[in-house]
Design a protein around this ligand. Sequence first.
Ligand SMILES: C[S@@+](CC[C@H](N)C(=O)[O-])C[C@H]1O[C@@H](n2cnc3c(N)ncnc32)[C@H](O)[C@@H]1O
Ligand SMILES: [Zn+2]
Length: 442
Amino acid sequence: MKSDLLQWICCPACKGDLALTVAAGDATTVAEGTLTCAPCGHTYPIVRGVPRFVAHDGYVKTFSYEWNKWSRVQFDPANGRTESEETFTEKTGFTPADLEGRLVLDVGCGAGRFLEIASRWGARAIGIDFSFAVEASQTNLGQRPNVDVIQADVFHLPFRDEVFDIIFSIGVLHHTRDTREAFLRLPRHLKNGGQIAVWLYYYTDQLYNRASDFWRRVVRGWPNGAIYAFCWTLCLLFSRLYSQPFMSRRPWGHLRRVLPVNTHPDWHWRVLDTFDWYSPMYQDKDCSPERVASWCREGQLHDVEILSFPTSIRAVKDVENTRPLIKALPDLHNRRLVVFGAGAAGVLAFEELRKMGLAHQVVGVCDNDPAKAGKAFEGHTVTPFAALARDSYDHIVIASQYGLPAISAQLRDSGLVDKQDFFSIGFVENLGPLLRLARQDA
Ligand SMILES: C[S@@+](CC[C@H](N)C(=O)[O-])C[C@H]1O[C@@H](n2cnc3c(N)ncnc32)[C@H](O)[C@@H]1O
Ligand SMILES: [Zn+2]
């Protein structure tokens, strides 16, 4: 723990000031010690540099296992990839300029992959997690002078009100017993004008959701090692098969809906994400942008923006109520669309566009894979992006699960503007409900 942390934390039980006793460490970094609340007498130990505001890891034991087993797999500095940084940009919309010099909180930091980005971009970065994932994030980042890791529960946060410039939480709040309540614990710690970004699960395929809940009930109670062996075996049997485009079509597609397996190109990442899907105690998969936007209204959060990946939402704390609830949205009515991605995700995108009555507005399909150029796809001929004339379409809809960050960057580099000239298919799916909310609010 860095000693300057003391100015922002308080007793989670009574909000009283905490007094620091150092048992090991130096003037700036505390390795072992105690935080004592003067008003209520509670004491909180600092163990291996991490202040501990919870006595155990409760319902998140699978996460304690997960992030200590795969502590470096998704950690950009360790794996030589930039995928976590791209995911962070995609899911929060933040840039280095937004974070530099700011006080930033990562709620549910896991092994610290996003806390790492906040610290690298120059923030004073604080991460909390309920599980013993904090051991992994502290080992990964504890030596950085601008990082602190705290073991705490989102329902009992040890922070003073209105201290943070930015709060983000990626893939966390839907793993608590009450997603809305967990979300609403956050805004009070944000300064007025500060920004919040969260990413939450939203899956509308009920067969997929029911199968996932069934499997989670089956494996609940198994030792973590047994769940790991189960997920490892599923990956071995199914991940290559699931990467084939024909798996997106019925009847084959049903198999991946009832027995989902991650298909990430990196084997360890694949097993990690499959474990992450099958093992959590809580998994709220119904966090629609509409639902989250309504929580924003309750939390005095305005200018709600939906980012590319559903449900990624960013909003601004606005206690005076001067901003609109929903930030301006594009209207796709009668616009010419190009689908970017002629693979499995492209097939699903066309299915969605048909449901939304937008498929007839598609004027072309493009893909970066030269082998697909000239081939027929959903009634169109696949062309390379470079061959598309800008005046032949109005918007591009990206249909690619893992390629989304790279394709977004490619389109930005060619002068197109995110959320104006191009969107993900997930973004398009959620426009309708958000336009309705914006109209209600106006
Ligand atoms: C899927 S992991 C995501 C970790 C990290 N944000 C990432 O994306 O790499 C979810 C994390 O939420 C944490 N979590 C679950 N319930 C929590 C709670 N009540 N308070 C704080 N953290 C919690 C878990 O311990 C776990 O590390
Ligand atoms: Zn107290």
